[in-house]
Design a protein around this ligand. Sequence first.
Ligand SMILES: [Zn+2]
Length: 200
Amino acid sequence: MKIARPLARLIESFEKLPGIGPKSAQRLTYYLLHVPQSQLDEFADSLEALKKETVLCGVCRNVSETDPCEICSDKARDKSTIMVVEQPLDILAFEKTSKYKGIYHVLHGSISPLDNIGPDELYIDDLFERVKYKKPSEIIIATNPNMEGEATAMYINKKIKEINPKIKITRLGVGVPTGADLEYADENTLFQALTGRRRL
Ligand SMILES: [Zn+2]
């Protein structure tokens, strides 16, 4: 039997999502047949708006409805401290601790030679530009504590020291389990990692 085309199309789209295999993709698609049309329309609208109605902040590269983003345009934030994270989700995690008052820089990934991701594939030059022209006093490197995150941290540390040897560069302290993703760490762990940051 051939699956009706609209169903097959949706199954194919679901299969492209991370963590969703062919079986789950089928199950989700057939499940949606039971959902009221109004809810499906809403879902479709959200998908449509997801990228059309958001931008990357021109300063920190966070996903935002405005440019600069809410955090970068907040006068109460300490602009002299920049925390470098891999993903916009990491910002959400740190904002939940409500202990961090500086601003951010989102790389949108990490250096991973095995996946052919080098510095040029990340928003990393923008960070060096910020260091050059905005002259922050501290850079906190909060990339994930796994191989790619460490490699990225080492690269950033080396490059920034070439630009300005005097700048304070720190790395999140212990607390976040090695190999884990920061976005999954709880607020206490992140707060501890932040207060226990060590100088590179
Ligand atoms: Zn921003």
